[in-house]
Design a protein around this ligand. Structure first.
Ligand code: TYD
Length: 138
């Protein structure tokens, strides 16, 4: 697992490309390519013009976000720092740990965002109020 770590809350994983003369392929394997087991995969697509998504944190959930097509700007916030990164390559995965507020903005036309998650969907794990997030992360 090759990672580019910075001093920030943005952790990008360089996803290993299995390429040959026909093109490229990336396999995401729980516990190998990713630092957690995979229980759920979902994708965001057909987003209406000008719409931003996210605006929540998770109490326990670990996720990896990959922009498979197009681009989008992701804002991450740990309650103290707020940083942003453009996702625009299917070879780069943004790791999003628990207790990180996330927002996805400026999704380009045709943008497809893949999210790989370590748990099944559970609304009780969501923190959807930024004020609650700040209080819980303090
Ligand atoms: P939500 O997580 O709020 O989307 P966003 O990424 O913009 O924050 O999810 C949107 C809706 O889809 C919400 O009603 C919950 C539902 N949903 C599921 O049923 N299963 C899932 O795995 C996810 C991620 C969302």
């Amino acid at each position: 697992m090759e990672s580019i770590k910075s001093m920030s809350i943005i952790t990008m994983l360089d996803l290993p490309v299995r390429g040959d003369d026909r093109g490229s392929l990336i396999a995401l394997e729980g516990g190998i390519t990713l630092p957690f087991e995979i229980k759920r995969v979902y994708y965001i697509f057909d987003t209406s013009d000008g719409v931003s998504r996210g605006f929540h944190a998770h109490k326990k959930l670990q996720q990896l976000m990959v922009c498979l097509s197009g681009r989008c700007r992701v804002v991450l916030d740990d309650g103290v720092r707020r940083e942003e990164v453009w996702l625009e390559s299917p070879t780069q995965g943004l790791q999003i740990g628990n207790m990180i507020w996330r927002e996805m903005h400026d999704l380009s036309p045709g943008c497809v965002i893949l999210v790989v998650a370590g748990e099944y969907y559970n609304e009780d794990d969501y923190i959807r109020s930024y004020q609650d997030f700040l209080e819980l992360s303090a």
